[in-house]
Design a protein around this ligand. Structure first.
Ligand code: MLT
Ligand code: MN
Ligand code: ZN
Length: 296
């Protein structure tokens, strides 16, 4: 199995257009690597690919990734796109993929419903891009040689569908993780996750690779940096470095490799030289960057 991180950042990217935080300034000045928004590509044979989450940066991401370049006048290695929630950073790129090109679009019924309710997504022609509804915990063929399964993780509805009261610990079809298997190897991709209860630790135990939500280092970092009013949990993201964060929760889980993805520009993990990056690496984690490749 071959995985390419197309975009390692959370929504907004690094730098984010309206952000003057230390990381965004450093990225603008070339002191730390910029990162595009959350997406990855996966293949079992290097010729047929699935993209997981279609970010607003997908045009530049595909351009920067030779494995996904067209191989004929209208022939592309992309067989399918799968989205793990309805967040703008994971679905807006579908509009870029509208150029009368055939591929399969996989999601849960709840996520397909969100897309169907927005008439703009009709631009992605259903004749050419069949909507494949996937039931939770049920295997399906994602692309040539790749089997996948979606599973619920704690999360919430997309920001633009939030009502007055928001349940940030929904476990259902709105936020899912993906298990991808090929030739006996098992990779798990969970770019958004509000909590790591025991049943989810059991679910990830023993995987060859875990790509996990690295949005925020600490739950209150947006607030203390003066960037926003919300905690990580309120945004549907467990922190990395707090005492009840993912580093601590996953410390005793057996995993081949562990990689943080969906990293917000406020997160000290954006800076490879930060003490927090050293702490994550000491705990066995890698921090994803755009273009990072993983072979299993
Ligand atoms: C998130 O991951 O929390 C979302 O991408 C937020 C957003 O839609 O801006
Ligand atoms: Mn996001
Ligand atoms: Zn910033």
């Amino acid at each position: 199995m071959r995985i390419i991180i197309l975009g390692a950042a959370a929504g907004g990217g690094l730098p984010q257009w309206n952000c003057g935080c230390a990381n965004c300034i450093a990225a603008r000045h070339g002191r730390i690597p910029p990162m595009t928004q959350s997406s990855m590509a996966v293949s079992s044979d290097g010729e047929n690919w699935a993209v997981i989450n279609a970010s607003p940066d997908i045009r530049a991401q595909l351009a920067a990734t030779p494995a996904l370049h067209p191989t004929g006048p209208r022939t592309v290695p992309l067989q399918s796109v799968l989205v793990t929630n309805g967040d703008i950073d994971h679905v807006a790129g579908l509009l870029t993929l509208r150029e009368k090109q055939a591929f399969e679009l996989f999601a849960t019924a709840a996520i397909h419903e969100v897309l169907a309710e927005n008439p703009m997504f009709a631009a992605v022609d259903t004749e050419l891009v069949p909507r494949r509804t996937v039931a939770l915990d049920t295997s399906f063929g994602l692309a040539a040689g790749l089997t996948a399964k979606l599973f619920a993780v704690p999360g919430k509805v997309p920001l633009y569908l939030e009502g007055d009261v928001v349940d940030t610990a929904l476990v259902g079809e709105t936020t899912v993780g993906v298990e991808i298997t090929a030739e006996g190897r098992r990779a798990l991709y969970i770019p958004g996750c509000a909590d790591l209860p025991g049943w989810l630790l059991e679910r990830v135990e023993g995987a060859d690779l875990l790509l996990f939500d690295g949005t925020l280092w600490s739950d209150d970092e947006m607030i203390t940096a003066g960037l926003g009013a919300k905690t990580g949990r309120r945004m549907g993201h467990i922190s990395v470095g707090d005492p009840d964060g993912s580093l601590a929760r996953l410390a005793d889980t057996r995993l081949g490799r562990r990689v943080f993805v969906h990293i917000n520009n406020s997160n000290p993990l954006c800076d490879p030289a930060s003490p927090q990056s050293a702490r994550a690496q000491d705990a066995g984690w890698q921090i994803a960057r755009d273009g990072m490749e993983i072979s299993l």
